[in-house]
Design a protein around this ligand. Structure first.
Ligand SMILES: Nc1ncnc2c1ncn2[C@@H]1O[C@H](COP(=O)(O)OP(=O)(O)OP(=O)(O)O)[C@@H](O)[C@H]1O
Length: 344
């Protein structure tokens, strides 16, 4: 388990100014979880991930991994603790003068493993990341996705309990991104490894993360299960990120057509449904029960990690009393419902 308590980081610039890169960050990341940290450029993501493995020394606060406070460890013990933490990078950071096998072997050599053990471990790791046939190749001969696979194999060499991923797919095309995220998910399942990913890309969060924290101007402004943040983002920053992959605004053309005849005779509602409730006949039951009409204005379905998730914008037509009862009915189903009074 990773626990970050009251973590702050202030950089001093050459002209003596303070840059507050992290302000009182608190996070708890349970074992075996894939945890995403999303934020815009300059929000403090890299600083945060580098403070977790103490590549950057926090100004104050604590980083506790499996019960040990890394900020209180002497240098020698810190070095040993760091071996339990793997890290992968946006630009892979491979050694160009070493082959693929040589790159993966590097941390094992530093740890002082015997040569035969290194050879076996490297073989096993390259098989795990699907690069068994590239052992003797140099990084310059690899695609971006293959380079990141080498990075992942190298990060796993010392059997870490935690894997930190610093924008791991930002330099990759969407298809390669998808295959790297699948690999990270497989590793998470197989090895029960805790993974922390920092990114500015919401699709990454949507595809593999269990929970997400939103960082904005050095502070964590929102945190929760990815499904919750998608269905009910609480802060403007989270709303903007959700909108980047999940825009549910009604097209102008439909809005223009939507002209309520009289106050209360027409309401717009947006329903969000998750998992099993996606298959329930809620709308037809509502129509039968309250004798109202429902126009579908907008609908969209997608998947968050492995859970189906959808949204439906309806125009409800009928008497104000019936519409109000229908909205109460919808509120009692396993749905999130928003009444869009301003016709957004
Ligand atoms: N070594 C440093 N010295 C001084 N200021 C720094 C240093 N590293 C980062 N900063 C500043 O700290 C703030 C947070 O930077 P950080 O790199 O953590 O953000 P980020 O969210 O990772 O951004 P990006 O996605 O662009 O990498 C920024 O204002 C940045 O300019």
């Amino acid at each position: 388990m990773v626990k970050i308590e009251n973590l702050s980081k202030v950089y001093k610039t050459r002209d003596g100014n303070d840059i507050r890169a992290l302000e009182k960050v608190d996070l708890t990341i349970p074992e075996g979880e894939i945890f995403g940290i999303i934020g815009l450029s300059g929000a403090g993501k890299s600083t945060l991930i580098r403070c977790i493995n103490m590549l950057e020394k926090p100004t104050s606060g604590r980083v506790i991994i499996d019960g040990r406070d890394l900020t209180a460890l002497p240098e020698r013990q810190l070095r040993a603790a760091r071996r339990q933490i793997g890290m992968i990078f946006q630009h892979f950071n491979l050694l160009s003068s070493r082959t693929v096998a040589g790159n993966v072997a590097f941390p094992l050599e530093i740890a002082g493993l015997p040569r035969q053990a290194i050879r076996e471990k490297v073989k096993q790791l390259l098989e795990m990341v699907g690069l068994a046939d590239k052992a003797g190749v140099y990084p310059s001969e690899l695609s971006g996705g293959q380079k990141q696979r080498v990075g992942i194999a190298r990060a796993l060499a010392n059997d870490p309990r935690l894997l930190l991923c610093d924008e791991p797919t930002s330099a990759l095309d969407p298809q390669t991104t998808h295959s790297i995220l699948r690999l990270l998910q497989d590793i998470n399942r197989q090895l029960k490894l805790t993974i922390i990913i920092i990114t500015h890309e919401m699709p990454v969060i949507k595809e593999i993360c269990d929970r997400v924290a939103v960082i904005d101007q050095a502070r964590i402004v929102e945190t929760g299960p990815v499904l919750d943040v998608f269905t009910a983002p609480r802060t403007p920053t989270a709303r903007e990120f959700v909108k980047s992959v999940w825009n549910t605004a009604i097209p102008e053309e439909l809005l223009y057509r939507h002209r309520p005849a009289r106050e209360g005779e027409s309401r717009l509602v947006r329903l969000s449904f998750i998992g099993q409730s996606a298959g329930e006949p809620v709308i037809s039951t509502m129509i039968q029960k309250y004798g109202i009409h429902a126009n579908i204005l907008f609908g969209k379905i997608d998947q968050i990690k492995n859970t189906p998730f959808g949204t439906l914008t309806l125009e409800l037509l009928g008497s104000p009393e019936d519409i109000s009862k229908a909205i109460d009915f919808l509120q009692n189903q396993h749905l999130t419902i928003e009444v869009l009074d301003n016709h957004e």
